[in-house]
Design a protein around this ligand. Structure first.
Ligand SMILES: [Zn+2]
Length: 304
């Protein structure tokens, strides 16, 4: 079975559980962004974390709700973010995919150093109606999973355990990526929480085990899950020429004018999507159209 996510309720409805195999997503992100091994790990964890969190979003309009997980830790990787939907789509961006950090003392990839520990982690939930809700916490490990658990516990008062696991071959290929998110709802006793934490620790590096999300959840909840649902997961960008033109309308008349002059001299404007690296060529007529839209929007603003 390919990438997928399983969600359900454990302990008689008192624990929200989500587990995902995101191996193909992590491979696709590595193919698109060509990151170093350490950034591949960070990006894979971020995308998996966004998918796990997005799984609990409710659809309130016809538009798919979106969750954006952003990490800006002040490290060499720079700003990173991933956007995911409960339908199982995810895309991710990193400012500096080529960032590196020396391995940790015990030989592991030092994700915390490449991400940094000085900035913040934010979660934005956009349900497609009303204003998106955004919560922010300071980063303290830069390892992403612990920071995400801290965010849920601190900012959303929902005690949580998060495991994000990615195994990577020496030449940089992703051999497995996965994650588990458990959120304790009211009514979980301290003893139950302790027992569950112990089982989470026993799972070990998830990505290296072959049993998949169903197997991990079975190990965590031997009594089974209520309402378990299975969703296919995939990298999906959702960019289009229309969106590129909308973005151009926001960058300003002077910049678009510059692109138009270059196009008239024979250098076409090429806008590259920062999520999937798809190049979009914007022709002279389209640039003129965008320029016209910017000017008429300004006129409207000055009249009102
Ligand atoms: Zn794209």
């Amino acid at each position: 079975m390919g990438d997928h996510l399983v969600r359900g309720l454990g302990l008689g409805g008192r624990v929200r559980a989500v587990a995902a195999d995101t191996t193909e997503v992590a491979r696709e992100l590595a193919r698109i962004h060509q990151p170093t091994r350490t950034v591949t790990t960070a990006l894979g964890r971020l995308a998996t974390g966004a998918l796990l969190l997005a799984a609990s979003l409710e659809k309130v309009t016809t538009r798919e709700p979106l969750l954006t997980l952003e990490v800006d830790g002040g490290g060499p990787a720079g700003r990173m973010f991933a956007t995911a939907s409960p339908a199982g789509w995810v895309r991710a961006f990193v400012a500096n995919p080529r960032a590196t950090a020396a391995p940790t003392d015990d030989g592991r990839l030092d994700v915390g150093s490449v991400v940094g520990r000085a900035g913040h982690l934010s979660v934005t939930r956009d349900l497609g109606a009303g204003r998106p809700y955004r919560g922010v916490v300071p980063l303290f490990t830069g390892e992403i999973a612990q920071d995400l658990a801290w965010y849920l516990t601190e900012s959303e008062q929902s005690p949580a355990a998060v495991v994000l696991s990615l195994t990577i071959e020496p030449h940089g290929g992703v051999s497995g990526a996965s994650g588990v998110l458990l959120q304790l709802l009211p009514g979980v006793t301290e003893g139950e929480a302790r027992e569950l934490t112990g089982r989470v620790k026993e799972l070990g590096p998830l990505a290296a085990s072959v049993c998949g999300p169903e197997g991990w959840l079975e190990a965590l909840f031997p009594d089974g899950l209520e309402g378990a649902e299975n969703t296919a997961v995939e990298f999906r960008c959702g960019c289009s020429k229309e969106r590129v033109l909308s973005a151009l309308r926001l960058i300003g008349a002077r910049e678009v004018g510059g692109l138009l002059r270059d196009a008239e001299r024979g250098t076409p404007a090429v806008m590259t999507c920062e999520f999937c690296r798809t190049p979009y060529e914007v022709g002279e007529a389209e640039l003129r159209g965008v320029l016209g839209d910017i000017v008429s929007a300004r006129l409207r603003a000055s009249v009102n």
